[in-house]
Design a binder for this molecule. Structure first.
Ligand code: SIN
Length: 270
């Protein structure tokens, strides 16, 4: 696609692009919306600078791409159940996204994407890394692809959130999805297991499952599949959660890093 209303500057050949020429404090026109969506599908994670959005603009931008999802474990901010705060300071014992993951892959219908807006940043550090699961899949040998293709994996949020919130009696989502998923819009195949939520390959013996998952969790960390985003105040990252994983660095303790995230609902992986 030739972009007419936005400028798209790829950050690597495989994943990530910065988008210029958009004002996210206002509704997107039809052409701009189509171009931003195309850029997201092509680059898998897109970044915007200098976008001082309020909660309503944040919601409106997300809702342009589909219904917003309510987080299955973390309560939204007052008056905005669809917006979760992403915050770390000198009292934090953990930060969101400290391990490679795709958001809420434990859900029956994992999110299409997430939109993270940052308003407060440490003087340095706090970058987020994103990895392409298309590339992780394509780098596997034909024999490994054929082995993984018919398998399914359990994605269980209980170990994650029960460790973080031991006093909360809730049960969190646990669902089984294909290990190799097909992106519903691009039709491309990708690797869909992550070290935060994926606990078992359903068809394998426990020892086999553990060994294969350990290999795959290591495989997705290959820097060749990645882009690293250095935040500035009022930057926004919008990732296609179906074909990427991300990792939030926490190298700035005890400083403050703070923002808000909305999540666009997705569909059942196939
Ligand atoms: C997340 O996993 O959504 C948090 C990412 C970040 O804080 O950079």
């Amino acid at each position: 696609m030739e972009y007419e209303t936005i400028e798209v500057r790829p950050m690597t050949r495989r994943i990530g692009a910065e988008i210029f020429g958009v004002d996210l404090t206002r509704p997107l026109g039809n052409q701009t919306y189509a171009e931003v969506r195309e850029a997201l599908l092509r680059h898998q994670v897109i970044f915007f600078r200098d976008q001082q959005i309020d909660h309503d603009a944040h919601k409106a931008f997300g809702a342009a791409f589909g219904p917003l999802a309510i987080h299955s474990a973390v309560k939204g901010i007052d008056g905005y159940p669809e917006i979760v705060a992403i915050h770390a300071d000198e009292n934090s014992k953990f930060v969101a996204g400290e391990d490679w993951h795709s958001d809420l892959s434990c859900n029956e219908e994992p999110p299409l994407g997430s939109i993270l807006y940052m308003h407060t940043l440490p003087s340095d550090g706090g970058d987020t890394l994103f990895a392409s699961m298309y590339d992780a899949y394509e780098a596997l040998s034909p024999a490994m692809k054929a082995f993984l293709d018919p398998l399914t994996a359990v994605h269980d949020a209980n170990p994650v959130y029960k460790a973080l919130f031991p006093d909360d009696p809730r049960t969190y989502p646990c669902n089984t999805h294909p290990v190799i998923r097909t992106h519903p819009e691009t039709g491309r195949k990708l690797l869909f297991v992550n070290s935060s939520y994926t606990t078992k390959i359903a068809e394998l013996e426990p020892g086999e499952s553990k060994a294969v998952l350990e290999y795959l969790f290591q495989h997705v960390k290959n820097p060749n599949f990645q882009v690293r985003f250095r935040w500035q105040k009022h930057s926004i990252a919008f990732w296609d959660n179906r074909c990427t994983q991300h990792f939030a660095t926490w190298d700035y303790f005890p400083d403050v890093r703070s923002g808000y995230r909305v999540t666009v609902a997705g569909d059942r992986p196939f």
